[in-house]
Every structure is written in C-alpha cells, then in structure tokens.
Design a protein around this ligand. Structure first.
Ligand code: PLP
Length: 392
C-alpha cells in the first residue's frame, strides 16, 4: 500500500480532535479526579466542568444549559428522545410516530423496536433532492400522532430539511417534534427556539470532541421517561456517572465550532464546490446527489456510473484517500444506500455513490490531489467492469 499521502475526506464519519480539545480532555483527566455527584470539593470541581460544557453546548444551539442532557453518543440521544417520548406518550394513546426514509439507523432501528412495542410508524418519502415537504408531513399526521422525527441534515447527501416549517406542522397537531441534528450541529447555525422544536440530538465526535459523547436537548416542559435507570445524574433524565473529561472536551469543541461556524462554512464550502466541479469536469458519467442549494457546506455525494462505490472506495484508500459510501456490506453482498433508495434512485445508482465530506483541516492541495487521482481509478474500474461483463 502506498502510504505517502493521507487525505481524510470522511468528516461525516468522524472529525479529528483539535489540539485545544485534546488539551482540555487531558487536563481534566489529570487534574479533576472527582465524581460530579459528590458533595465534597473534588466532586464540585468535576461538576463545574460539566456546567461549563453545558453552557457551551447550550450556546451552540441557543438553548438553556439546564435543558441539555449529556449522553454517550448521538445514537443514545436519539434512543432517549424517541423511546423516552414514546413511553411518556403511551398513556395518552397517541402511539403513532412519523419519520422519513432517509434517517440514520439510530432513528430507524429505534422506531422499528418501538413498533414491536405497539407503536405505529409512518415512514415518509422524500423527493429526489432528499427534502421532506411540509404538506407531505401534514397529510400523514392523524389524531393519534404523538411524535415526529426528522433529521436536520442528512449524513450521506447533506440535504438540509425545512425544520422550522416541519416543526410548525407538528406543533399545530400537538405532536412532539424531534430532530437528529448530529450532522448539523457545529456545521450550521442552530437555534432551538427559532426552529420551534422540542427535542434535538447531537454528537460531539462529528465536530471535534472525543468519540462516545453526545447530548439531547429537551425543551422544558416536554415529558420524557428516562431510559437509563439508576442514579439521579442529569436531573434524573440519564442515570450513570458522566464522562467528565470527554464532556469537557465536547464543551471546548462546541465553543470552537460556534466561534468558527461562519468562517469554516465559507472556506469548507468553497473547497467542496471546487472538488465537485473538478470531479464533474474530469470524470465522465457522474452525477451529484442531494439538493445543491440546501446542503451542509462540507458534503458532496457523487454517483459514478458503472462502478460499485465500494471498489472505488478501496482503490482510493490504496492511494491514501479516505472517503465513504452509504452502501453497507450485508451477508456478503452490497446493500444499496437506504438514503439514496428513499430519494427514489435505482439500486444501481444507490450502489455507485461515494460521499466526500470535508472539514476545517482540509487543504486545497488535497482536493486537487483527489481530482487528479480519480479519473485514472474510475477508468480502470470501468474497464474491469466491462471485462467482467464480457466474460459472464
Ligand atoms: N445520526 C446521524 C445523522 C449520524 O450521522 C450519526 C453518526 O454517523 C448518528 C446519528 C450516530 O451518532 P454516534 O456516532 O454519536 O452514535
């Protein structure tokens, strides 16, 4: 394997940890040994670390810090939101939940589990650009609908949903509105008040905190049943001693992301557009997936006709370039991306799409290197495909 070049274009999978964040995590590990639930000074110092992080996570989404509950991941935040709301709603008889087909598995699999527990779930179609139209949501809501969950930005194609409009539809039917903002937090300006939502999930490692820490914002007054039972941490909303050092890191990552939101979105967006234009010009028979006008600035998803995305991913990896695909290998065969399928694309197009996701450390030279490398790999793989086709 050639290892001279290492180009990381997989920020939607996870983002590298900035030096300032790593320094804070190490400092807290070294200097703050207390349990934040302890009454003594050691405990109170650890609690102060949580309080500071809660402030900066609250500021990132314009929320009250007391409404922020720390979790061990974005997945756990989604589980707490959906299971906690569904359980609280059970007594009201409103057991119908509405979502979209492009959600992350952390939402879709959780809703499947809730279906097994007696909820009914409607999965709405999205258009070819991946946007859920508010009138499609309105038509799906019934008197039994208690909960609506729509992601803010999609992890594969980057499409941003009209969350304020969708939340207004849910509110007019007195349904709780949850958004999985894991791919939006730290990339887009977010204000939970302006959006008019009830629950928002985020995950730290998508914007520079250590992995294994996330948060659920719960609007005051929204009733959720805790899913983790035990101690009284997080105001009885999530039992278990908090991961103080990682949460402190999440706090710093949230502060940095907020300070740099606009400059990063502008510079990363320019590089993403350069990459996209470069690929479209250099490689024939390619197409961009998603809504070109309503996307997070760092993401582009491109279909390469006649190529299994997994093969191109591996070929790029051998050149030191890391990207990803929404297709998942299951029982030895390649499952097409459920997101692209839900957007109405064929199995073939859903299998031949690659996601390039950039971040604050991405350099123009790296983007140029990817544009220069791709045509050779695509030509080779298409050639192999034709040969394989002739043999069959
Ligand atoms: N939701 C979305 C949209 C995601 O992209 C991811 C991670 O890829 C998650 C949820 C899960 O977050 P975590 O990795 O923190 O469990």
């Amino acid at each position: 394997m050639r290892t001279a070049v290492r180009i990381y274009l997989d920020y939607n999978a996870t983002a590298p940890v900035p030096t300032e964040v790593a320094a804070e995590v190490a400092r807290v590990l070294r200097e703050e040994p207390g349990n934040p639930s302890s009454v003594h000074a050691f405990g109170q110092r650890a609690k102060a670390c949580l309080d500071e992080a809660r402030q900066s996570v609250g500021a990132l989404i314009e929320a009250e810090p007391s409404e922020v509950v720390f979790t061990a991941s974005g997945t756990e935040a989604n589980n707490l939101a959906l299971r906690g709301a569904a359980e609280a709603l059970a007594v009201t008889g409103r057991r119908h939940i509405v979502t979209t087909g492009i959600e992350h598995e952390a939402v879709l699999a959780t809703l499947k589990a809730l279906e097994r527990q007696g909820c009914t779930v409607t999965i709405l179609p999205v258009g070819e650009t991946g946007v859920l139209a508010p009138d499609v949501l309105a038509a799906a809501i019934t008197p039994e609908t208690g909960l609506v969950s729509v992601m803010t930005a999609n992890n594969e194609v980057g499409t941003i949903q009209p969350i304020a409009d969708l939340a207004a539809v849910a509110r007019s039917h007195r349904a709780i509105f949850h958004t999985d903002a894991v791919q939006a937090a730290g990339k887009l300006p977010l204000s939970v008040r302006l959006l008019g939502i009830d629950l928002l999930s985020l995950s730290g490692h998508k914007f520079g905190s250590p992995k294994g820490v996330g948060a659920l914002w719960i609007r005051r007054g929204v009733r959720l049943i805790a899913q983790m039972t035990g101690g009284r941490q997080e105001r009885n909303r999530r039992a278990g001693t908090e991961n103080v050092s990682s949460i402190a890191g999440l706090g710093v990552a949230a502060r940095l992301a907020r300070e740099r939101l606009v400059t990063h979105a502008t510079s990363i967006g320019a590089l993403r557009d350069h990459l996209e234009r470069g690929i479209l010009a250099a490689v024939p028979h390619v197409a961009v997936n998603g809504d070109p006008a309503r996307r997070v600035a760092n993401t582009t998803n491109i279909s390469f006709d006649g190529i299994e995305a997994e093969s191109l991913l591996i070929a790029l990896d051998l050149e030191g370039i890391a990207v990803s695909t929404g297709s998942a290998c299951s029982s030895g065969s390649l499952e097409p991306s459920h997101v692209l399928k839900a957007m109405g694309f064929s199995n073939a197009r859903s299998r031949n799409s690659l996601r390039f996701s950039l971040g604050p450390s991405t350099k123009a030279e790296e983007v140029d290197a990817v544009i220069a490398t791709l045509p050779r790999l695509v030509t080779k793989l298409r050639g192999l495909g034709r040969t394989a086709g002739a043999v069959r």
